[in-house]
Design a protein around this ligand. Structure first.
Ligand code: ATP
Ligand code: MG
Length: 442
């Protein structure tokens, strides 16, 4: 295993002081997979005070000391060194209720969630793998350490962590572990919503449509609004998939960007309350876009998503049925409302929605290519989409004698004329128009 000099230095220093020291967890797993680990965690038989003494010449980070962790500041960043420990449940859903330092590596590995994360390695002592993590990794299996039911009861976030590792490393979940994950998914209700949100944010950019479908019951436990979508027959000739499968395809088809992935996941939640069937038995979903936007707003508020993400996702969902057209005036309007990023996100969502119906009916359409062409033309023209882009400003309008609220009103009027291409965005033309308008205001 190739390890940075600073990390090797920490392991050596501890060993030379008479303690055991190993790399542990994610970095060992990643190295066995041939991946470059993004951080290196060390575990040791030294107690926190002893670790402090070994690294007394270094700058230390001590706020994790109660849980056994001392951070050593090195040229390669902070290296976390944690005393072998066992731990109690996660009553506050963030930190273990108690930790107990132990003398033995095996006990430390035993508290870890999955076998692939429960391996340790040191240059002096080689690989320590008491639960068969290397074999599981080789066979592509995700398996809880010990009794899965008990492990998920101790900390139900492990259920979502399991989904994340299975998705990230394309693992099959071992049967007993899988049964326990599904059976106990309801325990996640007790978790801090932020923790659930963070895990989902780590999962969403990685998933394929198949992943979302296989983990649907677990995702629905984390976001209950998804539950009724699973297996929901849309009774529509335009949809070959049930509602959740369609959603899964849309999520996987949008770019790997969080806002878009959340918008895709929740874009059709409004279909459930808006479902009706006509006399021919055909399903309809009138008003599902605004209703879905409202539901998405509630979900993302509950999960404590950042306001900017929530607001953008809600807007995208509200607009997802209002098709962007390859029409300059309409696109200028949309750009004025949503900005460039927003329009591009909306276009991605609408395109993903279109190609995820499973019927193939839109495969030959060049609609989205034409919208993109029209957009790139507008971009090259550096066109005006907002009041701040106008060739006149508030002061120019004041000079014409306009005051107070009339200034804003006039600016919006000018923008509207420019967006509709009735006026060029040029100072003289705008001032001329504004002067006439000001005259009508007396
Ligand atoms: P990543 O590459 O995503 O950081 P990781 O395996 O390093 O993956 P971390 O969350 O950094 O994951 O945790 C480090 C190690 O601590 C894990 O490999 C695992 O052994 C252990 N661990 C972390 N969280 C838990 C948990 N909730 N329950 C049990 N063990 C855990
Ligand atoms: Mg890690």
């Amino acid at each position: 295993m190739l390890i940075p000099r600073e990390i090797g230095g920490c392991l050596d220093a501890l060993e030379q002081a008479g303690y055991e020291a190993y790399l542990v967890g994610g970095c060992v797993r990643d190295a066995l997979l041939g991946l470059t680990p993004h951080d290196f965690d060390i575990c040791t038989s030294a107690l926190p005070e002893q670790t402090q003494a070994v690294f007394s010449g270094c700058r230390l980070v001590e706020n994790g000391k109660k849980h056994g962790t001392i951070g050593v500041v090195t040229g390669a960043g902070v290296v976390e060194i944690t005393t072998y420990r066992t731990e109690g449940g996660y009553g506050d859903c963030r930190h273990p209720d108690w930790v107990e330092f132990v003398g033995d590596l095996r006990e430390d590995l035993e508290r870890r969630d999955f076998t692939i994360n429960a391996m340790a390695w040191s240059p002096a002592r080689g690989l320590q793998d008491p639960f068969g993590g290397r074999e599981d990794l080789k066979n592509g299996v995700l398996r809880a350490v010990g009794d899965p039911s008990r492990r998920f009861r101790e900390d139900s976030l492990r259920i979502l962590r399991g989904v994340r590792f299975a998705v990230r490393f394309r693992l099959t979940v071992e049967e007993e572990t899988w049964q326990a994950m599904v059976r106990q998914a309801g325990l996640m209700d007790a978790l801090a919503r932020e923790r659930v949100y963070e895990e989902l944010c780590r999962i969403l950019p990685l998933v394929t449509a198949e992943d979302l479908c296989r983990f649907a019951p677990i995702l629905a436990a984390a976001v209950p609004e998804l539950g009724p979508m699973i297996g929901f027959d849309q009774h529509s000739p335009h949809h070959a998939y049930d509602l959740f499968t369609h959603t899964a395809h849309v999520v996987a088809a949008v770019p790997e960007e969080l806002t878009l992935r959340w918008a895709a996941l929740l874009h059709d939640t409004g279909k459930i309350p808006c479902f009706t069937r006509d006399e021919n038995g055909r399903g309809h979903f009138y008003g599902h876009a605004p209703r879905g936007a409202q539901i998405a707003g509630e979900v993302l508020t509950r999960l404590r998503a950042p306001t900017a993400l929530r607001e953008r996702a809600v807007t995208l969902i509200a607009q997802h049925m209002t098709r962007l057209e390859p029409d300059r005036k309409l696109l200028r309007r949309a750009l004025s409302r949503l900005g460039w990023e927003g329009v591009e996100q909306l276009l991605s969502l609408q395109e993903a929605d279109m190609i995820s119906k499973g019927t193939g009916e839109h495969d030959a359409s060049d609609h989205f290519t034409r919208v993109r062409e029209a957009l790139s033309q507008l971009r090259q023209e550096e066109a005006c989409f907002a009041v701040r882009d106008l060739a006149v400003n508030g002061r120019d309008l004041m000079a014409l004698g306009l005051q107070g609220a009339d200034i804003g009103l006039c600016q919006r009027l000018l923008l509207s004329q420019v967006l509709d291409e009735n006026l060029p965005n040029e100072k003289d033309a705008l001032l001329g128009y504004a002067r006439t308008w000001a005259a009508t205001r007396g």
